[in-house]
Design a binder for this molecule. Structure first.
Ligand code: DHK
Length: 144
């Protein structure tokens, strides 16, 4: 069984309760279920969430030996974290960057992403469906 790491950053533990007009009413449990349903045969997901930059770096390091790909929504660290970019650069498999909201329709500081320099694909504005699409794409890229 190949494992895809679905990694969520700060404040996403509040998904479903935090600014639902922007992020929707679904929760991280719904994200996990959607990603699991999107997996091709032979793949499974492991979901993780942290509000701490260093812990996200450690989770990516751990994925080097345990995951075939990473779906990442780094939350606000998307726009600030060279450390997370460097950690992703040390990961060999495909990386898909997800944003629930359309960050390009929001404040200017959300328009730049450090992670996009590493990501094999970027999804924004599809709500939690973006995570499922990202999971499917990783299954395609990794193959049987
Ligand atoms: C989530 C966040 O927490 C924000 O900091 C990003 C992203 C956008 C999202 O759309 O999923 O700017």
């Amino acid at each position: 069984m190949k494992t895809i790491l679905v990694l969520n950053g700060p404040n996403l533990n509040l998904l479903g309760r935090r600014q639902p007009e922007i992020y929707g009413h679904e929760t991280l449990a719904d994200v996990e279920a959607a990603c699991r349903a999107a997996c091709a045969e032979g793949f499974d997901i492991r979901q993780a969430q942290s509000n701490h930059e260093g812990e996200i770096v450690e989770l990516i390091h751990g994925a080097r030996d345990t995951a075939c790909g990473i779906v990442i929504n780094a939350g606000a660290y998307t726009h600030t974290s060279v450390a997370i970019l460097d950690a992703l650069n040390a990961f060999d498999g495909p990386v898909i960057e997800v944003h629930i909201s359309n960050v390009h329709r929001r404040e200017g500081f959300r328009h730049h992403s450090y992670i996009s320099a590493r990501a094999d694909g970027v999804i924004a504005g599809l709500g939690i469906e973006g995570y499922a699409a990202a999971t499917r794409r990783i299954c395609t890229l990794v193959g049987a």
